[in-house]
Design a protein around this ligand. Structure first.
Ligand SMILES: [Zn+2]
Length: 194
């Protein structure tokens, strides 16, 4: 059985144009989830055979309407809660002072709460390297230490994980997660900020 068959990944195009090198060598593949928690979620992967370009995104069948998901992470057990995070999602963790806006290189993926925290750490490391002041670097170090304490379970403090997506392509798969429509004003605010 090929890797493609084993993981349900199907190639849908083999010569799409690469936005980086311009050659027609991007392989587009997709995986459609049937059944279970991820029912109706389609993952799309783009990989260029000529350069290092790769991209991915997720499209739940219920997507389309601007949406905000709020999930209160109460214990280490909640770190396993599954997340469908689109390339267009903004990640907010108010308790940790984290706000990560989507950029052109943002990827969509399926992960869990811990996976989101790991990627938040990557973003803070990046931001830290741009900081020019000791205060700025110290603020980043503080956030990194808080996240490590949560992941290690050494000193777990509850926090809210909030995903906002004007295309509604995010899901937090937990009964306690609350989904709400974004108002037109909120959508305007997100669009003008991004
Ligand atoms: Zn390329």
């Amino acid at each position: 059985m090929s890797i493609e068959e084993e993981f349900g990944v199907k190639i849908v195009a083999e010569s799409a144009m690469c936005p980086i090198c311009g050659k027609d060598t991007v392989v587009v593949s997709k995986r459609e989830h049937m059944g279970g928690d991820l029912e109706g979620v389609t993952e799309i992967f783009n990989q260029c055979r000529s350069c290092s370009y790769c991209a991915s995104d997720v499209f739940p069948s219920a997507g389309g309407e601007p949406k905000r998901y709020t999930f209160r992470v109460r214990s280490s057990k909640d770190l396993d809660v599954r997340i469908v995070k689109s390339s267009t999602a903004t990640v907010h963790i108010p308790e940790l002072g984290v706000d990560i806006e989507p950029g052109p290189a943002s990827k969509g993926y399926i992960t869990n709460v811990q996976g989101v925290l790991e990627r938040v750490k990557d973003a803070i490391h990046m931001a830290r390297s741009w900081e020019t002041t000791d205060e700025g670097k110290a603020r980043c170090d503080e956030k990194l230490a808080s996240i490590d304490a949560i992941i290690d379970g050494n000193s777990f403090t509850p926090f809210r994980l909030i995903l906002e997506d004007i295309f509604g392509n995010c899901i937090i798969i937990a009964k306690q997660a609350k989904a709400a429509a974004l108002s037109p004003e909120e959508v305007d605010r997100i669009v003008t900020r991004g």
